[in-house]
Design a protein around this ligand. Structure first.
Ligand code: BGC
Length: 538
């Protein structure tokens, strides 16, 4: 591999040929899918700004409101605000689960493209809306599309990426989430003072641009070779691999990698089926499906319990509540820190590994959270406490963005065996949205002045849940860096999470007869491709 790509330093035993080396073009093809993160970030981000716009309150609200935040007496009801915000998570939850079946049925790439279409339909309804009654179905339908995209992009990227840079490539997805969040606040900021429908229609319509770019781009990318293997379309798998790795179909590299995919799939299928029920079989042993699915679901749940969305969803109002003057600017700064810190993980996720990143990242976050809580409680309202809040919130976001943000997505793309991978990733992604929703709903009850009014003490809660994240990562998360997805299966069979980092691949799944059969098939595929090219030229 060239020097442009970070690579894992995991020892490879004598099995280094289970994957072809990758060209720069192949690498860029895999990176493109990360763009899908924009949909996730922008969609979760844009609505809070729109809800605060004066024109939006006038258009969607009712007159004679006594709410402090009303515009000229116009305001929407609290239940409407909560519905408009949370209906997206509801759509994404069900969208992600449904996509788990669809991706095995029509393919990973096709499911993402379908997600872009569904999303676009939701965007049209949102842009057309002038009442809550149309906006809510628009957000629901767009949410279903985001659910398709957010679950299956992780699956697709994990399956097409070369193993040495898979973590870095999937972290790219998180990077685009952060860019989406930032763009949403910039666009909201740019249009919020307009006093016509363009104030909210522009931020809504811009969502469509991301879907267009993603859908069109994916149209040009190959389907996941592992999906073709699952459907026994080996020639198509060889062609897809050859495009992704930038190697000829009949090269030894492609034949060896494909032989490994096929042999592993056959091995896994001897042990399991691929229905939803099968996701919950296999008991508590580290390689059992049940354990892996629970790990994925808990991974995404714990990512939400780091408390990060408290800052992104409620940061502005919280900063105001504790008496900070530039609450809006501080929120923009935290969003910018989020973007700027994520690329660090492109390198660390491969060098230090997923496990170390999750353990040390959670320790970093909990230290920041407890400092904010202790100083904010002991010296509430002082300038020192305010500076402490701002500085340690930035450090906290730095730790999240460079560790748990990306690593949680990387891990769920890697831990499932092919027969249940689509469903496992879908269940884990649905868990992200479910907990995103639950935490979003309960947080106001902890901090609102007429409710729990916890002020900085709320960081004791996040510090405590982050402490659980450390234990979770230490006891349950295996180290998957530098292994092919097939080697991860073997590693899980032979190690525990705590011994996983030192595991060295020692065996391949493919035996001589599989390699021979794949070799013959790949030669045939290469001849067919050449003949087709020849015919085209003639
Ligand atoms: C999380 C989101 C969060 C975002 C912040 C993602 O990995 O799943 O809930 O808002 O990171 O960058």
């Amino acid at each position: 591999m060239g020097r442009w790509a970070p690579s894992s330093n995991r020892a490879q035993g004598d099995v280094s040929r289970v994957e072809a080396p990758v060209t720069l073009r192949g690498y860029l093809l895999c990176v493109f899918a990360a763009f899908g993160g924009i949909l996730f970030g922008y969609d979760s981000g844009y609505i809070s700004g729109v809800l605060a716009m004066s024109y939006f309150k006038q258009e969607f609200g009712h007159a004679n409101s006594t709410d402090d935040n009303a515009y000229n007496g116009y305001m929407y009801a609290t239940w409407q605000k909560s519905l408009i915000t949370s209906i997206l998570s509801c759509g994404t939850f069900f969208g992600a689960l449904f996509a788990g079946s669809l991706a095995d049925w029509i393919g990973r790439r096709t499911t993402i493209i379908a997600g872009c279409f569904v999303f676009s339909a939701g965007v049209i309804l949102q842009v057309a809306s002038t009442t809550v009654a149309l906006l809510v179905p628009g957000r629901l339908i767009a949410g279903i599309g985001v659910g398709f995209v957010s679950a299956i992009i992780i699956l697709y990227m994990s399956e097409v990426a070369p193993k040495a840079v898979r973590g870095a490539i999937v972290s790219g997805y998180q990077f685009f989430i952060t860019i989406g969040l930032l763009l949403a606040s910039v666009v909201d900021q740019g249009t919020h003072s307009r006093m016509d429908t363009s104030s909210y229609r522009i931020p809504m319509a811009i969502q469509w641009v991301w879907a267009l770019v993603l859908g069109t781009g994916l149209f040009l990318l190959p389907e996941s070779p592992r999906y073709h293997v699952k459907n026994d379309h080996l020639e198509k798998a060889a062609e897809a691999l050859s495009i992704l790795r930038g190697q000829p179909v009949d090269s030894t590299y492609i034949k060896d990698e494909l032989a490994e995919l096929v042999a592993n799939y056959q091995y896994e299928m001897n042990n399991m089926q691929s229905s939803w029920i099968d996701c919950f079989r296999g008991g508590w042993k580290p390689s059992g499906n049940f354990r892996r699915v629970m790990l994925g679901i808990a991974m995404q749940m714990m990512q939400q319990w780091t408390g990060v969305n408290f800052i992104f969803y409620y940061g502005t109002t919280f900063f105001q509540q504790v008496g900070l003057k530039n609450a809006f600017v501080i929120s923009m700064i935290t969003t910018a820190v989020n973007v700027a810190s994520t690329p660090i993980s492109f390198w660390t996720v491969e060098k230090l590994g997923r496990r170390a990143l999750l353990i040390y990242g959670a320790i970093g976050m909990l230290v920041c959270e407890f400092i904010i809580a202790i100083v904010g409680t002991a010296d509430a309202g002082s300038q020192a406490a305010n500076y402490c809040l701002i500085i340690f919130t930035c450090f906290y976001i730095f730790f999240f963005a460079s560790t748990w943000g990306p690593a949680a997505w990387v891990v769920i793309g890697e831990i499932f065996p092919l027969p249940i991978r689509a469903k496992g990733v879908a269940l884990s992604t649905a868990s992200n949205w479910l907990w995103n929703f639950v935490i979003g709903e309960i947080t106001p009850y902890m901090v609102d002045s007429d409710e729990g009014n916890l002020k900085s003490k709320v960081f004791f809660v996040w510090g405590a849940t982050c402490t659980l994240c450390v234990f979770f990562a230490y006891f349950f998360v295996p180290e998957t860096k530098g292994l092919s997805l097939e080697q991860v299966d073997r590693m899980l069979e032979e190690t525990t999470p705590r011994t996983s980092a030192s595991w060295v691949p020692h065996d391949t799944f493919a035996d001589e007869s599989t390699r021979h059969a794949i070799g013959v098939m790949a030669n045939k595929a290469a001849l067919t491709t050449r003949a087709e090219h020849h015919e085209e030229k003639v």
